[in-house]
Design a protein around this ligand. Sequence first.
Ligand code: SF4
Length: 331
Amino acid sequence: MGIQTTLSVESEAARLLASRGRLKYSREQCAQLAELTLEINRLKKEKNAVILAHNYQTADIIYGVADYVGDSLYLSRKARESDADVIVFCGVRFMAETAKMLSPQKKVLLPDLKAGCSLAEGISAADVWALKIKHPGAPVVCYINSYAETKAESDAVCTSGNALKVIESFPEQEIIFIPDQFMAANLQKETKKKLISHNALCIVHETFTAHQIASFKKLYPQAQTMAHIECSPEVAALADYVGSTGKMADFVDKSLAKQFMVVTECGMGDLLRVQFPDREFIVPCAMCPYMKRITLEGVLRALLKGEHEIKVDESVRRKAMNALDRMLSVG
Ligand code: SF4
């Protein structure tokens, strides 16, 4: 390694150490990661690429190489607005597919094709047809955690942040809400419309139980509880805030509490600790095995070798875009 390169790696390690000061990375770990992040950031410029990272990604990706970090809705918008030629999606496959549908002219890369999602895999286009046949006239609102073929059979897409708004945008009283059963049950409490749901669940959020959260609440009686809307209705009933990861930071910001319980994927707790160093976050952690398939090594391979390009059939894309456009117009 030449002197110039050694100096660059040292300054990159110092940058990582500064940006991760409140996380658990040591000086030695930052020095090890620096070579990778330096090369990824160099390739990003060379290839006019942008890296979008979901809130559940690990800190080395978030603070080392990501250009934008957020929930599905935020990242969908960034994918559309970006003028990059290449998008590397640090998230799961349905997110990369959504980015591709919103920006068909861009090359969208997913570092690991096994980064799936139990919700997206829990429903097929055939399941949607069956629901439509059983409930004629009911529009289909589809959570963004679904594959392109499912979105293509739906009338509107929504995220955890805007689901209620999208549901209320339809004049019909009966709405088919897919694929998340728990999310449908939580939304049912907020709307007068009748929601017909499917039976898919998030393997991460279904693990939290009301008994577990109640026990934590006894241990931390001062803490305010934030639960993702994919949790069961019993868990949601114990929370002070129920909704998207994107709005959890707003909730903390507006609250006077010093302690918060974060009932969602572990990565969110790390993000909030950095964002709010004066607050304490208790995280009854559950890790998403799909999200955590994305690594810096995978991101490097994506940029070097073009692994793995996401493609969506044009006729499916056009149909799914109607549903996505409806979501983006509702906001
Ligand atoms: S956390 Fe749940 S909904 Fe999110 S990607 Fe993982 S399995 Fe899918």
